[in-house]
Every structure is written in C-alpha cells, then in structure tokens.
Ligand binder design. Structure first.
Ligand code: 2P0
Length: 349
C-alpha cells in the first residue's frame, strides 16, 4: 500500500514595505504592493506534514500538537479546496496519477518559534501548509512558486511572500479575481549575502488588535492610508527594488525605516487608534537613529510589524556593533529564559 505524505517548511518574512489594508477581504487582495525579506535559518520556520488516506473521515489540522477547527469556507479550507481541485484536474488529465484527491487530509504543523511572539507566524504557517499539500499532490512540479503564492495569499496575505527566499515583492495586482495578485522574487538570497536581520523580542504577549481586523478599520477610517496607497507606496516599491538590485544599503535602510514609520502612522490615524509600538520599541528607534548619526552613515534600519518587537536590518560587518549596543542599553533582555528571546541574528543572505 502506498503512503501519500509530504513535509515542507517555510520561513518567516519581515516586510520593508508594509502590507496594510485589503481591497477584497474574501480573496485577500491588498490595497498596496509590499516587499519583504524571507529569513533563512533553521529557527523562525513552520514545518508541515500532510497525509492523504482513504481511511480518513475528515480533513484535520493540528497546530503545535493541538487540533484546530477547519471552518467550512474559512481560510484553511479555501487553500485545501483549491489545491484539491488542481489535483483533481491533474488526475483527470492523466489516468496514471493515483486518485488521492478524494481522500481526506491529516495536516500537522509545527512552529519552532513562539507562536504568540508576534513574528508573522501565520505567514510561515500558511506557506508551509500550501507547500506541503502541493508536494503531496505533485503540484510543485507543474506550478511555479508565484502560482502557488496565489493560493497561500488566500490563507494569509503575507504568506504569499514566504514561498520564496531572498527579497520578495507581493504585487497588489488590479484584477477583480485576484489572478495578478501574487509574489515574485526581486532578488535571491545569494544576491546580498551580507544582509542580516536582528530580531529583538520586546514582548511575547499576544497582540491586542489582530492584523486582519486592524487593517480593515484603517481602510474604513484613515485618510492618511489613501495618501499612502496612491502617492507613497508605488514610488517606494520602485526605489527599494532599485536599492536591492544595486545593494545600496543606506537607501534600502532609509526606505525601510520610512515605511515602518508610515505604517504605524496610519495605525495612529485609524479610528479608534491602534498602538502596536510601546516605550521600549520607541527607545530602540532612538538607539538606531543615534547609532547611525554617530557613525555618520546609515548602518542599521529598524522596522516594526503589528506588535512591539523590533527587527533591525544590518550588514554583517556591523552586526556585532549594533547587537552589543542593544544588549548594553537593554540589559533586561539578558534575563529572558529563552535564549532566542534575547535576539537572534538571522542570516538572510
Ligand atoms: C506585512 N503585516 O507586510 C504587514 C506589516 C503586519 C504589518 O502582513 O489578514 O497577517 O492574514 O492577510 O498577512 C500582517 O497581515 O493579514 C501583515 P491577513 P496578515 O508583513
């Protein structure tokens, strides 16, 4: 008897140009394009194993060992159904393909980082889930990572960017059916091997406002978001792409910090306002600003997502310098029990 099973893993990505707002909440189509860096080390990954078997009575998902409800019509169900439909098409076209699309799936997913730490766990999670089912169904042989990103996007918007390594853009697209809203690789990891991301975990508490609900409140109430979508992000996407291609760190860093600032500004411009950064986050901003000022050049870039944790992009030659500064000014970090919680230097190149 054959065993139909596949395992895939996907890393977290950290956006430099932020995704915040949907123009279509069902298909998960964004109001603007975004660009991120996929972290590339053994930690900060989701690993998922999927198995199809005739004896299974329902699709079942376990997250870190705990069974999760797969809501009919929900995000996980949509991803599974789309992959199953594509498998069925392949089976109908080729009679040699085992007929496994009718079997139910058992899916086990595991994050090797604290799920509650606000480190884009849904992005890695849905990217790993889609990759593993795509492998199980042999769809990875016929579909590109960009084509699979169309499916991962419907699990969680930012997940579409975790299907590729290196520097990845999620093109917002224009079509109503979402068929042009996909991820493309701007440059592979080998293009800029000196680039590092330093993760400073300020708090591992679960965030108060979820990204999904927070961003829609911003769409509904923030005039600044309209300015951002129409007049800021399109040029920024072009400029940061050029900076990555030229390996121009100061420009990359400036754009990354500006976009983090504007993302948190549109959160503040939301009614009622959303606060993700806290006093420690703001002190880390000042530390990076002061470090760059004292150096007389831009050597580090901070960026914050929907939580207080700080990611610092820095070239390899300056990792030690900035890491030592963080530990010196935030000695409390040393008391964290989990060594990962102190900070992790993520080599992304
Ligand atoms: C990003 N974030 O570009 C931005 C920056 C948070 C701040 O993508 O509703 O969890 O699942 O599509 O992908 C968070 O949004 O939201 C996010 P859904 P998601 O990384």
């Amino acid at each position: 008897m054959s065993l139909y099973q596949a395992t895939a893993s996907a890393p977290v990505n950290i956006a430099c140009i932020k995704y915040w707002g949907k123009r279509d909440t069902a298909l998960i189509l964004p109001t603007n394009s975004s660009l991120s860096v996929t972290l590339d080390q053994d930690h900060l990954r989701s690993t998922t194993t999927s198995r199809a078997d005739a004896s299974f009575t329902k699709d079942t998902l376990w997250l870190n060992g705990k069974e999760e409800v797969i809501k009919p019509g929900g995000r996980t169900a949509v991803c599974i159904e789309e992959l199953r439909r594509l498998r069925k098409v392949a089976e109908d076209a080729n009679s040699n393909e085992p007929k496994i699309s009718s079997f139910k799936l058992h899916i086990a997913s595991y994050n090797n980082f604290p799920t509650a730490a606000g480190l884009a766990s849904s992005a890695a999670g849905f990217a790993a889930l889609v990759s593993s089912i795509a492998q199980l169904y042999s769809l990875d042989k016929v579909l590109s990572a960009s084509q699979l990103s169309l499916i991962a996007r419907q699990g969680s918007g930012s997940a579409c960017r975790s299907l590729m390594g290196g520097f990845v853009a999620w093109q917002a697209g224009q079509l109503a059916d979402g068929s042009d809203s996909l991820a493309v690789q701007v440059a592979p990891r080998e293009h800029w091997p000196e680039m590092h991301a330093l993760i400073c975990v300020v708090s591992d508490a679960k965030k108060g406002t979820s990204s999904t609900s927070g961003m829609q409140r911003t769409v509904e109430t923030s005039p600044l978001l309209q300015h951002r979508i129409n007049h800021v992000v399109p040029q920024r996407m072009k400029d940061i792409t050029a900076a990555i291609q030229a390996r121009d760190f100061p420009t990359f860093a400036r754009l990354t910090m500006q976009d983090s600032n504007q993302f948190h500004a549109v959160c503040l411009d939301t009614e009622p306002p959303i606060f993700y950064m806290n006093d420690v986050s703001r002190a880390l901003v000042q530390l990076v600003v002061e470090y760059n000022r004292a150096a007389g050049e831009v050597r580090a870039a901070y960026t914050y997502d929907a939580g207080p944790n700080c990611v610092i992009y820095v070239l390899q030659k300056h990792v030690k310098e900035i890491a030592n500064l963080v530990v010196r000014f935030f000695p409390l970090a040393e008391t964290f029990k989990d060594p990962f919680a102190l900070f992790a230097s993520e080599k992304i190149g």
